[in-house]
Design a protein around this ligand. Structure first.
Ligand code: PMP
Length: 350
């Protein structure tokens, strides 16, 4: 061992889904939106004056912050923006999860949570989903150092009713509750309206899924001003220029095109609902997803085999080799044509 190695911070990193550099692949593995961003975004990017890149971007992302405040009906000092919701969540972990008591999150959930907790040396405990993969709200009514869960949950797609989210937030006035709403636009009721009533609620969302901009890296958090101030203090103690200029411009333009946003959502939701019928007919069972993916298990064929067979046909889905969920495939909702290609293959293969 080299001398410096004993001082290296050891981590087990998060493993992102594959981004294969292949042409003509069908990519249903990372919950991206199959439709392009709004034409207004593309136009603004093509018109961008490259000379502006000479200067640092606005460290506060003021125009994007204002646009988000308007869109979500909150004040500007209730908005925090970051480089994708991963950046926002990581910053929130660093800011709010600083207790000796354990942070709580579900055992089957976004696999980045334990990675941040380990990196930042935050004690945590997972709470088991029930046999139907439902989050048990009672599990979050015990003493804790903070709570985080996705709603809808990933990778199950199951939505927690807003009344239960509120019960958890109300029962934990001394801890920050982070609701990770990466997939909320695909059919759930957001907790944003609860912000006014609870000073311990932080709602995190992203432009990566419903706004088709995973490549732009835009995420944001909404919460009462003291929460946002605490996060900003951490941000300015770490990296003040997180959001680059093209992302700030593109984010504003995306918010200006509500009509495009709604029409894209509608298409993804319709395709998801049709996919449920087709998957059932093929012998799959799955929790009733409200996200842009379906977490499905076949009645006979092991998930790993289906995963490999699909991959050979350049159809990428996600398989997690983990206890309790290794029988499942997480299939992102693509276009109707992409889903048709998936079903055509499965009909022949199964
Ligand atoms: N939360 C959940 C539940 C997710 O599935 C993802 C996507 N991997 C993220 C947050 C982060 O997405 P992004 O950083 O692209 O906003």
């Amino acid at each position: 061992m080299r001398g410096w190695e004993k001082n290296v911070r050891k981590v087990v990193p998060y493993v992102p889904g594959e981004q294969p550099a292949l042409e003509n692949l069908i990519k249903l593995n990372t919950n991206e939106n199959p439709y392009p961003p709004s034409p207004k975004v593309l136009e603004a990017l093509s018109r961008m004056d490259g000379e502006k890149l000479r200067k640092y971007p606005d460290p506060a992302s003021s125009r994007l912050t204002r646009a988000l405040a308007e869109r979500y009906g909150v004040a500007e000092d209730q908005v925090f923006v970051g480089v994708g919701s991963d950046d926002v969540l990581g910053m929130a972990f660093m800011t709010f999860f600083n207790s000796e008591k354990p942070v709580l999150f579900p055992d089957i959930s976004y696999s980045f949570y334990p990675v941040w907790a380990d990196l930042l040396r935050i004690p945590y405990e997972t709470r088991k989903l029930d046999e139907n993969f439902t989050i048990q709200k009672e599990d979050y009514l015990t003493e804790n150092g903070g709570i985080v869960f996705p709603n809808p949950n990933a990778p199950t797609g199951l939505l927690m009713p807003l009344s239960e989210v509120e019960e958890i937030v109300a029962a934990n006035p001394d801890a920050v509750v982070i609701v990770d709403e990466a997939y909320i636009d695909f059919g759930g009721r957001s907790a944003v309206p609860l912000i006014a009533g609870y000073d311990n609620l932080l709602v995190v969302q992203t432009f990566s899924k419903s706004r088709s901009m995973a490549g732009m890296r835009i995420g944001f958090a909404l919460g009462q001003a003291p929460l946002i101030k605490a996060m900003s203090d951490i941000k300015y103690s770490y990296n003040s220029y997180t959001m680059n200029l093209p992302s700030q411009v593109a984010g504003v333009k995306a918010l200006e095109d509500e009509e495009y946003f709604q029409s894209t959502l509608k298409k993804v939701i319709e395709t998801r609902e049709k996919a449920k019928t087709r998957l059932s007919a093929l012998g799959f069972t799955f929790p009733d997803s409200r996200a842009n993916f379906i977490f499905a298990k076949h009645k006979e064929k092991p998930a790993e085999e289906i995963f490999q067979a699909l991959k050979e046909r350049q159809i990428f889905v996600r398989h997690f080799n983990q206890p309790r969920i290794h029988d499942y495939l997480r299939i992102t909702v693509g276009t109707d044509e992409e889903m048709e290609a998936l079903f055509a293959f499965l009909e022949e293969y199964l």
